[in-house]
Design a protein around this ligand. Structure first.
Ligand code: FCX
Length: 447
């Protein structure tokens, strides 16, 4: 067992006892109320699930196991003294809640390297897809092809006791985290380059090797990938999915049930692929692709030196055309996303004279006012996607269709960590209650 697995084995009984105690002591405490508006409005604000790796505060932004992004940048192990933190260290933090030593982070690095080999049939599955298949579709198809390797699925079929579910789940989570960079690099090389899959370099860390397999060997780009993976690693629970069932009893009452993919004991590959299909939506992860495209339109139509007045007009035209301004707004956050801020700081440190960086700054000065004037946007401030594309472009990763795959690789760490804890804590199948509109009206009229 690796150090990380050993540490988890020590922590799990403590956490199981803690959860039991929380339930015993506070089980009946009301966390909040659900209104009809919330049921119609995408369940925003309903407190209804356990998610340990990160917490999103509306004003402060994301904290990973209680640590803000600047704190993570300061405290997590690095390979360069003034560099960016290693995602391997973040993975230790997400899994255990503890800031690792450099030795522990490097042990995770080694563990991931030992698990990184992608079986040959995955490339054949990718080759079978028609050219022009979106990289995110290739990514989920590739993850599904990796599912043949699931240790959890085999252990379940073999009748493993439920108290041990977390062990094969850990195997799959770590294998999957280890393999997605090679899968993503394969997709990149096949879709945009010469199709030649570049072998990994065992002397590099997780992020450096990922960049290397895509064909990027600039050490500054490797730094960017470290930061990128850390800030994109969490949060969201594996895709809420309709396993919806409707039952009608004597024509009057209805019930329905949804479930979260992982909670149905679908193995980590199936669950992660489902989550990635959610990430592929333009209001979520695909926004980074859309954002760079939008900036390119600005450049094509006005020029990279667009004045603030011209930008204002461009933003208004975007809204008039019934489109969103990508990279701005958030369902929960109500301030500038700290993930935007740290990318901006990276840009100012390493590429301050890039004209696209200046354009992003000008857009930042113009968009919030225009969005606020609509009177309906709850958060006019930039999110993580407003900056990432310009940074990637600077280092030569110019194919914006691929950007959401980078997001997906990063997110493996957060979502698969929670899946391990879901199984360790014995959390049940998730079934938020859904209602028909008729049932809502009947309920309200009876009140
Ligand atoms: N441009 C134009 N209109 C916007 C907007 C934006 N950037 N952000 C919000 N609005 C609109 C909404 O479309 C909604 O309009 P409607 O009432 O006509 O449907 C209204 O303002 C209220 O929405 P709001 O409550 O502020 O935001 P939501 O929680 O509904 O949506 C997202 C949040 C992120 C989906 C929304 O702000 C958006 O579409 N932003 C652009 C896409 C984007 O950048 N997504 C990435 C988000 C994030 F970082 C991630 O998860 O990856």
């Amino acid at each position: 067992a690796s150090d990380l697995q050993t540490r988890l084995r020590e922590l799990i009984p403590e956490e199981q006892a803690r959860l039991k105690e929380i339930r015993k002591k506070y089980g009946n405490v009301v966390l909040g109320e659900t209104t009809v508006d919330m049921a119609i409005g995408g369940m925003r604000g309903i407190k209804g699930m356990i998610w340990e790796p990160s917490l999103l505060d509306a004003n402060e932004g994301i904290r990973f196991r209680g640590f803000s992004i600047p704190e993570c940048q300061k405290l997590l192990p690095k390979i360069k003294p003034d560099g960016e933190p290693l995602p391997e260290g973040l993975l230790w933090l997400l899994m255990t809640g503890e800031v690792p030593t450099i030795e522990q982070a490097l042990a995770v690095s080694e563990e991931l390297k030992s698990r990184a080999k992608v079986p040959g049939h995955v490339e054949r599955v990718l080759n079978a897809l028609p050219s022009g298949t979106h990289p995110m579709t290739q990514f989920t198809a590739g993850i599904m092809a990796l599912q043949t390797e699931s240790v959890f699925a085999k252990a379940y079929a073999g009748g493993i006791h439920k108290s041990r579910y977390w062990e094969p789940c850990y195997e799959d989570a770590m294998d999957c985290i280890a393999r997605v960079p090679a899968l993503a690099a394969m997709i990149y090389r096949k879709t945009f380059k010469d199709g030649k899959v570049l072998p990994g370099d065992n002397n590099l860390d997780y992020s450096g090797n990922f960049a290397h397999m895509m064909g990027f060997d600039d050490p500054q780009f490797h730094e960017l990938m470290r930061l990128y993976i850390v800030i994109h690693s969490a949060k969201y629970k594996l895709a809420p999915v309709a396993g919806a069932m409707n039952d009608k009893e004597d024509g009057r009452s209805y019930w329905s049930e949804g479930e979260m993919v992982g909670s149905a004991l679908s193995d980590p590959y199936l669950s992660f692929a489902a989550g990635m299909n959610g990430l592929a939506g333009p209001l979520h992860g695909l926004a980074n692709q859309e954002c760079l495209r939008w900036l390119r339109h600005v450049v094509d139509e006005i020029g990279v030196g667009a004045s603030k007045d011209e930008l204002q007009q461009f933003v208004q035209d975007t809204l008039k055309a019934g489109k969103v301004v990508p990279g701005f707004g958030h369902a929960v956050l109500r301030k500038t996303d700290p993930r935007y801020t740290c990318q901006r700081e990276f840009a100012l440190k390493h590429l301050s004279d890039n004209p696209m960086v200046k354009l992003v700054s000008n857009v930042y000065e113009v968009v919030p006012d225009v969005l606020l004037k609509t009177g309906k946007v709850n958060n006019p401030w930039p999110n993580v996607d407003a900056h990432s594309g310009v940074l990637l472009q600077h280092y030569g990763l110019t194919e914006e269709n691929f950007y959401t795959v980078l997001f997906g690789v990063s997110r493996a760490m957060g979502v698969l960590t929670q899946l391990v804890w879901d199984r360790a804590l014995g959390l049940p199948i998730e079934r938020p209650k859904s209602l028909t509109t008729k049932a809502i009206v009947e309920f309200c009229e009876k009140k």
